[in-house]
Design a protein around this ligand. Structure first.
Ligand code: FAD
Length: 386
């Protein structure tokens, strides 16, 4: 039997962007922190690999040198523009001002974890799958899937374990609401022609309102190609997402020729996106939720990495306040919910309303593309969709 030094001040469950950002933000406060993940890094994560600008801004606010280390991640493709193709073939090219990039999550998440490893005293426990989460007024306990390992315990838990969070199932269970959930599939390809290495492409489709297909360069001639759709539509129309993507690549007039010599580098893999847009409880007894566990993905763009990092940092700030005041009560923990609402809530709710509008009235998308041609309106529309 392996005996672990198993008691900590704070346990962070999940070492994705939310968990690693929380560990970085807890640095320097004298807390004993453990970051627990079932995977061994570098590990893959099904994603579009577009690292939204606010992710980097949030890390830069924590430390300029950590930011500099992160932007040196390889491979990566600086994202300078987005090309949006409408259902009728209309085009809109948006040039981005703020520096950002696309990078396979296998590399990006590993670099985030390396920052934690190099610059903090966090205990990193990889290959530690958590089977059960127990909380009460005294603290929290994580039961590991490996029965030979002792449970881990702490004063507080930051649940950053993603879209299929065991912590959410155990401490704040809620049924899946397909109106706030998206399904998506993706694979890596090389050998595409006619794509720019610095432009991410989005294809909006007449057959699938409020969904889109993407082709994102991730560096070294490799592209992340995927398709996402609101889960309510997937269920209603019984869409086979993998087949739908294959069909798009075979039939879309703007893709078929450019994929003619493509070589698929990975399996088509699917994963869920828990969307933001409603106010869910983000705090429970001795526990805060961040990132996908808190359902914070932007319903319009599908961006969740930035929300994960920002909410991870906000959760860490609340944890620090709890230890400073020795107040671990639920009402005090709930201050975190207010902080998330203030920082992200209004924008995410607006995105959700817009996404629903486009799902209900697909013709609006055509109007949007048409309006974007008018001088002065493009910038406003781009600001609206982010
Ligand atoms: C197909 C697809 C495309 C997407 N494209 C983009 C995009 O281009 N840009 C963007 O910003 N967002 C995108 N997203 C959303 C983005 O992937 C998530 O919002 C982001 O990964 C959330 O980070 P997180 O840290 O909350 O969770 P994750 O990144 O999911 O990390 C959770 C961690 O918890 C660990 N874990 C889970 N359960 C356990 C357990 N029981 N025990 C121990 N460890 C556990 C996992 O191993 C994992 O490392 C996409 C999502 C999908 C599915």
């Amino acid at each position: 039997m392996t005996l672990l030094p198993h008691h900590y001040d704070v346990l962070i469950l999940g070492a994705g962007p939310a968990g690693t950002a929380a560990a970085l933000a807890l640095h320097g406060h004298g807390l004993r922190v453990a970051l627990v993940d079932k995977a061994h890094f570098p590990r893959d994560k099904v994603c579009g690999d577009a690292i939204p600008g606010p992710t980097l801004t949030a890390i830069r606010r924590l430390s300029e040198s950590w930011y500099q280390e992160l932007v040196a991640v390889q491979p990566q493709a600086p994202a300078k523009a987005s090309r949006l193709v409408g259902p009728g073939g209309q085009e809109l090219v948006v040039h981005w001002q703020k520096p950002t990039f696309n990078s396979p999550r296998q590399d990006f998440d590993f670099q985030l974890l390396q920052l934690v490893r190099r610059h903090t005293q966090t205990t990193i426990l990889e290959n530690h799958a958590v089977r059960d989460v127990r909380t009460d007024e005294q603290g929290v306990e994580l039961v590991l899937a490996d029965p030979t390992q002792l449970p881990l315990s702490a004063q507080l838990l930051l649940a950053c374990d993603g879209a299929n969070s065991v912590a959410v199932r155990k401490v704040l269970p809620r049924p899946l609401d397909r109106r706030y959930h998206c399904a998506a599939v993706r694979a890596y390809y090389t050998g595409l022609t006619g794509f720019d290495e610095h432009t991410s492409e989005f294809y909006f489709l007449r057959d699938y309102p409020a969904g889109y297909c993407w082709v994102f360069p991730v560096g070294g001639g490799v592209y992340n190609v995927g398709f996402g759709l609101l889960s309510a539509q997937v269920a209603e129309r019984r869409v086979d997402m993998k087949q739908a993507l294959a069909q798009l690549l075979r039939q879309h007039p703007q893709l078929v020729g450019r994929f003619a010599g493509a070589r698929q580098l990975s399996e088509v893999t699917g994963f869920g996106l828990p969307l933001a847009g409603r106010r869910l409880p983000l705090a429970a007894t001795r526990c805060l939720l961040a990132g996908d566990a808190a359902s914070l993905i932007d319903p319009l763009q599908g961006h969740g990495i930035d929300k994960a990092v920002i909410s991870g940092i906000l959760a860490a700030e609340q944890v620090v306040r709890c230890f400073q005041s020795q107040d671990f009560s639920l009402p005090y923990l709930r201050q975190y919910e207010a902080a998330v609402q203030q920082k992200l809530g209004r924008r995410l709710q607006r995105s959700y309303r817009l996404m629903r509008l486009l799902a209900a009235w697909p013709g609006l998308l055509q109007v949007g593309f048409w309006l974007a041609r008018l001088p002065g309106l493009q910038r406003r529309l781009v600001r609206l969709i982010g």
